[in-house]
Design a protein around this ligand. Structure first.
Ligand code: GLN
Length: 226
């Protein structure tokens, strides 16, 4: 039996198709979920993909967080279902309080689109076991509201508990505190990051790198071995 990974589409989602493709390339079965679905169609894990859900009105992710699909997703994520939030998905996860902190506008006030160097800080989450801890990777970054912020106590707690999953290397592209590019919840099943691993899964496309594929192979291995 193959693992079923849900990919949620909100009005304004951009990267749902690419994310489904990345799931398929890793060997899992992508399952399209619509923001109005209350039933998660018995998926084993969910990816909240990138884009501009509800036009980023109010704050990026602030409206999507109240979509019907999120009610079930929040409940199941709290009981251990793996959830990955990519960019807008990360914004939604912080708005839903499944991950601490918040995303603000980039400090330079411009949209940024570049191949970004990152360091994998935590290779023990449900989505990162196919990386080595300390591994350096390149993943595309493209957003307006990518500045991760949290109060000092939360940042210290994240560092102490090894919950900073990814850090920007060489250059901080948006003013994120402590160069944080991605974090995990305490249990390691919920991970959010601003860069887009689903855009780095095929050598023929974009940067020519496949540094994003391990997200999707990691979760597949976890689900298949569960
Ligand atoms: N690619 C994305 O998901 C970026 C969109 C995002 N809402 C932003 O901050 O601009």
């Amino acid at each position: 039996m193959t693992a079923r990974i849900g990919v949620v589409t909100f009005p304004g989602s951009l990267d749902d198709r690419d994310t489904q493709r990345a799931v398929r390339l890793a060997g899992a079965e992508p399952v399209a979920l619509w923001h109005k679905d209350k039933d998660l169609k018995q998926v084993d894990a969910v990816v909240l993909c990138g884009g501009f859900s509800y036009g980023d009105y109010l704050r990026a992710g602030a409206i999507a967080r109240f979509s019907p699909v999120m009610e079930t997703l929040i409940e199941q994520a709290k009981s251990g279902m793996p959830v990955l939030g990519i960019c807008n998905g990360f914004q939604i996860l912080t708005e839903a309080h499944l991950l601490p902190g918040a995303m603000l506008g980039n400090d330079h006030l411009h949209f940024i689109c570049r191949d970004q160097k990152l360091r994998v800080e935590n290779a023990d989450t449900s989505w990162t076991t196919d990386y080595e801890s300390g591994q350096e990777i390149h993943i595309p970054l493209k957003n307006m509201d990518g500045r991760y912020v949290a109060d000092e106590r939360t940042l210290d707690m994240l560092e102490a508990e090894g919950r900073v999953a990814f850090r920007y290397l060489d250059f901080n592209p948006n003013g994120s505190l402590r160069d944080i590019a991605g974090i995990t919840n305490e249990a390691g099943n919920v991970v959010g990051l601003m860069p887009h691993p689903e855009h780095a899964v095929e050598p023929l496309i974009g940067s020519g790198r496949t540094d994003g594929l391990p997200f999707f192979t990691s979760i597949l291995k976890k689900l298949v071995n569960a």
